[in-house]
Write a protein of this length. Structure first.
Length: 273
């Protein structure tokens, strides 16, 4: 399959190793992976904070850049949910309420709607792509550590990925997967929520961290680095000793890994990042 990597802003600027892990994993499974360099922000921040016209222009760029691929895979449930859930709403609703919203967008409203219908069904969270499209739950990974999994809000409630990530983790050799109490509770990040409601956000994260510590896990895994960044900060400040790792990095790890937990950056098939 000809697959495009949609890296997202957070991963591109702060966690590039996650994108490398996705490429390593997909190539191991026989996919031809490309990285379209014209990609930018998907527009989630803009639309969520009321800058819908700007969000439409970013969405149009996304649709142009990722047209023609068999699949678009991203290591972010949040951004995948933005594309799959919000782009159709932009196409359906904005033209009626803001007639000028598509004036500067290539193809206008009708062209935008056609592009949404063509591209968005082929956008997948990593776990969805592996389980539903490639039909695999055992990706040949090896990670000999005790791990607990936090289902992020967008992947859980937006994309409804269900047990796909845990099915993948259960098939990682050497990995002990332990349930996380209150797993479906938000960690308190929520993008700008953490900035606008810092005290509430911190209290929610403290509850999440207490639950994580109760598992005795060495590693907290999730499918969104934005949430891992938020939780990881509290884990670090409280000196819990619990590491955070994206699902892609665990799935990309093999017997060639030399270190894993305890290293600042994991080593995956293909060498250290």
């Amino acid at each position: 399959m000809r697959v495009a990597l949609f890296i997202t802003c957070v991963n591109d600027t702060l966690f590039p190793g996650t994108g490398k892990a996705v490429v390593t994993l997909l190539r191991r499974l026989g996919c031809a992976v490309e990285f379209p360099e014209g990609q930018t922000c998907c527009g989630q921040m803009h639309v969520n904070t009321g800058y819908r016209d700007e969000g439409v222009r970013l969405a149009r760029n996304f649709l142009d850049v990722f047209a023609g691929y068999d699949a678009v895979v991203t290591p972010s449930g949040s951004c995948a949910a933005m594309v799959r859930e919000q782009y159709p709403k932009l196409a359906d609703g904005m033209g009626a309420t803001r007639p000028g919203a598509f004036a500067s967008v290539h193809g206008g409203r009708s062209g935008f709607a056609r592009a949404v219908a063509e591209v968005t069904p082929r956008v997948y969270d990593l776990s969805e792509f592996l389980v539903d499209v490639l039909g695999v739950t055992d990706v040949g990974a090896y990670f000999p550590h005790r791990v607990t999994y936090h289902p992020t809000c967008h992947s859980l409630r937006g994309l409804r990925v269900g047990d796909r990530p845990t099915r993948l983790l259960q098939n990682v050799r050497g990995l002990e997967l332990v349930p996380l109490p209150g797993a479906d509770e938000c960690c308190g990040f929520g993008g700008t929520f953490a900035v606008k409601n810092a005290a509430v956000s911190a209290a929610m994260c403290a509850d999440k961290v207490a639950n994580i510590e109760s598992t005795g896990a060495e590693v907290l895994c999730a499918a969104d680095n934005s949430c891992l960044m938020h939780i990881g900060g509290t884990l670090s400040r409280q000196r819990t000793g619990v590491r955070v790792m994206h699902l892609a990095e665990i799935l990309a790890a093999t017997e060639r890994e030399v270190g894993g937990v305890g290293r600042e950056v994991p080593v995956v098939d293909g060498g250290p990042r």
